[in-house]
Design a protein around this ligand. Structure first.
Ligand code: NAP
Length: 705
């Protein structure tokens, strides 16, 4: 092994500048494939209290000055920037033992999370800093007292402790939702690969996009950091179950109210259905999936398939097929060598730990398909041979006669290792999968819907995610091991009990849910969203509260429009001829609109009634302003409900109130949701819905006018 100690210490980025300890030796970090020392790690002497304070006093206010959409846009711009520097990140990552395929998961996957959080944040959350969570509850008879839940950014910081295996994805999947939520991040990467995280943080800062204090990096250990956290803060941990346990016992978590989000290790299962015999496409897809999962990232994936659960008579078939697939597809070597498909483990220490895990499994009764000997590998220069200082290991498939051997269900050998065990029937398969005591993900591979239902509903409560694999999705599936930002990542029990990602859930996790109560006017003022019963300024028919002083709200651009700007129409009579004509023209001749006797026999109708869609169309005719103006388009209706039938001879009128105004940060227009109510001549509510429109920010405007 190289003995040089001249490698630089990985710097931390704190309080707006780069920092390196003065006299520390630090622990050595080596290139996974060659053993060359490439960095040292230490944060000895760092004033961590000041780091937290900087996030609280500089980062938090800087983020609070922006809206959710503005922060989400920064996320996208960061993704675009990192894309331009992706090759540099690949080059650095090769040193961790990661191949190009591994880099796509870590680098591209991390950038992908930034894009997804940005897009979902801007589409699904308001352009504000208060998010309404769920419907309004009317708490008094007259509607003057309401309650609802709102989300606001956590008032503290988010300390992110990451595992070594995905230094970029692991960091960015936490940073992106924190940024959008408005919570400053303090990133603590794992020492083995912290130099990759440091390179990425440096790039992000060089982009000039990161708000001041929103991102700090501590390239050392995190213990001191935790002692400065309190109930305002979140601690997001990814790593082993042992460390997760230690963190749960940390006094700041146990007694100080720090929110712990824990993503720990997991003995993920893949179950082969009884229908998936060796001649089926499911069997082939299953074998490929197991092969991919134990060789991607050299098996150092929290989501890797550790337990392969198959019909008892297929244990050897599956193990042999996986082994053959590995032999066909896997070329072990330096990630920089052309042709390498599986790289090294992250370090020699990790290699020792995985080998000793495999030995323990063998001692517990496993038959190994594969060798623990140091393998011959492809070197960077294209030659082949054993690299003594490289952390290389051949994939190992272990089979067990005893499916209940305890170690199969409790020992995570965090490398290219998997165990194949047999089940007797579907209940047994469910029972065995559950022995993982809570896992991140499982695959159920079957083409039989009944088997899929039995297995998935049986194991779902023990898992954070379940993939069903069959011939239809084998090619299109994102795979067992890939968390996608749209869906939840995390699992119960041993997997940590945390939940990350899951679209905007990830952002909401970093916001405090508060029940607020008050009058409609107060809730409108607090949330920026108009609540029924709050004051409105109505243009239109004076008989129903409109005033000629008010401008039709469709004539107002976003810069002028205010929530509560409204329009009230006059009544419009409904005739049988119009109902009949609508039925004829549209072909909707449902008996309630065409047959008096049959309609009257229906429990809901007095006789022939107008079509709901006819009423909605008439309502548009009552509220529309016909001339070109700031309202650019109608893009849909939300929450449409028909409440009172309208018969010939009745009349309807409409009230339309600007409820939610969402200017886009990327365009010269935004969305306006209009609270819309149809009444009949007796002031009974006929229908309620939100009309959704796109409205120009300025009118007239050269770009859209
Ligand atoms: P680890 O040893 O638990 O370390 C994870 C992180 O925790 C490192 O940054 C480590 O840094 C820090 N740490 C360790 N002890 C700590 C303590 N007492 N207080 C505060 N921080 C502490 O895990 P690893 O070896 O890096 O990663 C591999 C493991 O992570 C595997 O078990 C894998 O299954 C799991 N993993 C889970 C997920 C998931 O999403 N569920 C994802 C990836 C990996 P220091 O060493 O500097 O303290």
């Amino acid at each position: 092994m190289s003995s040089t100690t001249t490698a630089p210490i990985v710097p931390s980025y704190v309080q707006g500048g780069w920092w390196t300890p003065q006299d520390a030796q630090g622990s050595s970090v080596r290139d996974a494939a060659t053993g060359e020392e490439i960095a040292r790690v230490s944060a000895d002497g760092l004033d961590v209290g000041a780091v937290i304070e900087h996030a609280r006093t500089v980062g938090h206010p800087a983020l609070a000055r922006m809206t959710l959409h503005e922060r989400a846009l920064v996320c996208k711009q960061l993704a675009q920037y990192l894309e331009t520097r992706r090759d540099e990140l690949y080059d650095i990552s090769f040193r961790t033992g990661a191949t190009m395929r591994d880099n796509m998961i870590d680098v591209d996957g991390g950038i992908g999370v930034l894009y997804t959080m940005s897009s979902k944040g801007r589409r699904e959350l308001p352009n504000a800093n208060v998010v309404i969570d769920g419907p309004v509850e009317v708490l008094s008879r007259d509607g003057s007292f309401l309650g609802e839940h709102v989300l606001t950014p956590l008032p503290g910081v988010m300390v992110q402790i990451n595992a070594f295996n995905f230094p970029l994805w692991g960091m960015l999947e936490k940073f992106a939702p924190a940024l959008v939520a408005g919570v400053p991040s303090i990133v603590k990467p794992a020492p083995q690969t912290g130099y990759v995280a440091e390179a990425c943080v440096r790039m992000m800062l060089e982009s000039g996009l990161v708000p001041e204090g929103a991102l700090q990096l501590v390239s050392g250990d995190a213990v001191d950091l935790l002692s400065h956290l309190d109930y305002r803060d979140a601690l997001a941990f990814t790593g082993s179950a042992t460390t997760a346990h230690a963190l749960r016992e940390n006094p700041r978590v146990r007694e100080g109210g720090v929110r712990l989000i824990s993503e720990a290790d997991s003995l993920n299962a893949a179950i082969l259905g009884p229908d998936a015999t060796p001649d089926t496409p499911e069997f082939a897809a299953f074998v490929t999936s197991v092969m991919v999962e134990i060789t991607a990232k050299a098996g150092q994936k929290c989501t890797a398939i550790r337990r392969v659960i198959v019909p008892r008579d297929r244990v050897e078939d599956v193990a042999r097929a996986v082994r053959e697939k590995i032999d066909q597809k896997i070329v072990l070597g330096d990630p920089r060598a052309d042709g390498t498909t599986m790289g090294a483990l992250v370090s020699l220490e990790q290699l020792d730990s995985v080998r000793s895990g495999v030995q323990r499994l063998i001692d517990a009764g496993a038959r190994p398909h594969g060798s623990l000997e140091a393998p011959e590998v492809l070197r960077a220069d294209g030659s082949r041979g054993v690299v003594e200082d490289g952390a290389f290991m051949s994939p190992v498939v272990l089979t067990f006669d005893d499916a209940d051997a305890d170690l199969v269900h409790s020992l995570e050998a965090f490398g290219p290792v998997t165990c194949v065990i047999g089940y007797s029937d579907l209940d047994d398969a469910v029972r065995l999968a559950a022995r993982g005591a809570g896992s991140l993900v499982a695959t159920v591979c079957t083409n039989d819907p009944d088997v899929a239902r039995t297995l998935v509903t049986g194991i779902a409560g023990h898992h954070g995610r379940v993939l069903t694999l069959n011939r239809e999705d084998a090619k299109t599936s994102t795979g067992h091991g890939s968390p996608v930002p749209h869906l939840v990542h995390g699992g119960p029990g041993r997997a940590g009990g945390g939940e990350e990602l899951g679209g905007v859930r990830a952002i909401k996790h970093l916001m405090q849910r508060t029940a607020i109560q008050g009058s409609p006017a107060m809730l409108t003022a607090i949330t920026g969203v108009w609540h029924k019963g709050a004051p409105k300024q109505a243009a239109g028919c004076e008989r129903f509260g409109g005033s000629p002083e008010h401008v039709h709200p469709f004539r107002k651009a976003l810069t002028e429009l205010r929530v509560g700007d409204a329009l009230v129409s006059d009544l419009r009579e409904v005739s049988l001829e119009e109902i009949s004509a609508f039925a004829t023209e549209t072909g909707d001749t449902f008996y309630a609109h065409t047959n008096e006797e049959a309609a009257a026999a229906n429990p809901f109708f007095p006789g022939i009634v107008a079509h709901g869609y006819l009423l909605v169309s008439w309502a548009a005719g009552l509220f529309v302003n016909p001339d070109p103006g700031p309202v650019l388009a109608n893009y849909g209706l939300d929450q449409l409900r028909f409440l009172t039938p309208v018969a010939a001879g009745d009349a309807i009128r409409v009230e339309l109130v600007a409820k939610r105004i969402t200017p886009r940060v990327t365009d010269e227009y935004g969305e306006v949701a209009w609270d819309t109510t149809l009444y009949n001549q007796n002031d009974e509510i006929v229908a309620t819905y939100d009309v959704l429109t796109l409205v120009a920010k300025e009118w007239p405007t050269p770009s859209v006018g």
